[in-house]
Design a protein around this ligand. Structure first.
Ligand code: G3D
Ligand code: MG
Length: 217
C-alpha cells in the first residue's frame, strides 16, 4: 500500500515524474515549483525531488515531486524510484508518438506494482508546438480514461496547464486518502461489533437418536 502520512493536519504525498527522455519532465517541475524555464538548475546526474506546499479546500498538502536523473534514457529506471508513490505524472511530448507509446508500458508497470493505490495523470507536454503535433488529443484522452487516469495538456515553455494538472492530481490523492480512511473506519467498526457479539458455547451433548429395535414396531 502507498505510504500516506499526515502530521499536524497536513498530508504528505510522494509524486513521481515518468516518461521518455526529453519530453519535458524536468522543465515541468521547475516551472511549477520555481517558475523557471530552460535553466540547468536540477542536476540530471542524480534523482532528486522538489517540494511544494498546497492548500486545497482547507486541507494542507506537502508534495514531494521526484524527478529522474536521466536513467530513463538508458531504460534503467527501476521500481525503487516510484516505490510508495501516491501519484505519478506520465509525460509524453505531443510531437513524438513513440513517447506516447512509452507511457503505456509505464501504466502497465505501475498498475502491476502499485495497483490502484497510485493516482495517474497522463500529460501531453509542449502544446506550444501544436503545428508539429503527432498525438491526437482524442486518442490520448480515450486511452487515459480506459486506464483510469486523467489527461492534461501542458506547455512548460509557456506555463500552460501545469498548475491545473497538479491541483487535479492532488485533489485525486486527497479523495483516495478519504476513501481509504472510510474503508478503515468500516473495518474497525465491523471488528469492534464482532468483539461485542456474545458467543454462547453450547456444550450439552446433542440427544442421541432413538434406537428402534427390529421387530418391536
Ligand atoms: P526531460 O527532463 O523529460 O528529459 P527536459 O526533459 O525538461 O530536460 O526538456 C527537454 C527539452 O525539451 C529541453 O530543450 C526543454 O527546453 C524542452 N522543453 C521542455 N518543455 C517544453 C515545452 O513545453 N515546449 C517546448 N517547445 N520545449 C520544451 P533543450 O533544447 O534544452 O534540449
Ligand atoms: Mg530531466
Amino acid at each position: 500500500m502507498a505510504n500516506i502520512s499526515s502530521n499536524t493536519n497536513s498530508q504528505n504525498f510522494k509524486v513521481v515524474l515518468l516518461g521518455e527522455g526529453c519530453v519535458g519532465k524536468t522543465s515541468l517541475l521547475l516551472r511549477y515549483v520555481e517558475d523557471k524555464f530552460n535553466t540547468k538548475h536540477i542536476s540530471t546526474n542524480q534523482a532528486s525531488f522538489l517540494t511544494k506546499k498546497l492548500n486545497i479546500e482547507g486541507r494542507r498538502v506537502n508534495l514531494s515531486i521526484w524527478d529522474t536523473a536521466g536513467q530513463e534514457k538508458f531504460h534503467a529506471l527501476g521500481p525503487i524510484y516510484y516505490r510508495s508513490s501516491n501519484g505519478a505524472i506520465l509525460v509524453y511530448d505531443i510531437t513524438d508518438v513513440d513517447s506516447f507509446q512509452r507511457i503505456k508500458s509505464w501504466v502497465k508497470e505501475l498498475r502491476k506494482m502499485l495497483g490502484t493505490d497510485v493516482c495517474l495523470v497522463i500529460v501531453g507536454n509542449k502544446t506550444d508546438l501544436e503545428k508539429d503535433r503527432n498525438v491526437s488529443i482524442e486518442e490520448a484522452e480515450e486511452y487515459a480514461s480506459k486506464v483510469g487516469a486523467s489527461h492534461f495538456q501542458t506547455s512548460a515553455k509557456q506555463n500552460e496547464g501545469i498548475e491545473d494538472m497538479f491541483i487535479s492530481l492532488t485533489q485525486k490523492m486527497l479523495d483516495r486518502v478519504t476513501e481509504q480512511e472510510q474503508q478503515n473506519n468500516t473495518l474497525n467498526r465491523q471488528n469492534s461489533q464482532r468483539r461485542n457479539v456474545l458467543v454462547v458455547e453450547d456444550d450439552e451433548a446433542p440427544p442421541l437418536p432413538t434406537k428402534h429395535c427390529c421387530g418391536t414396531s
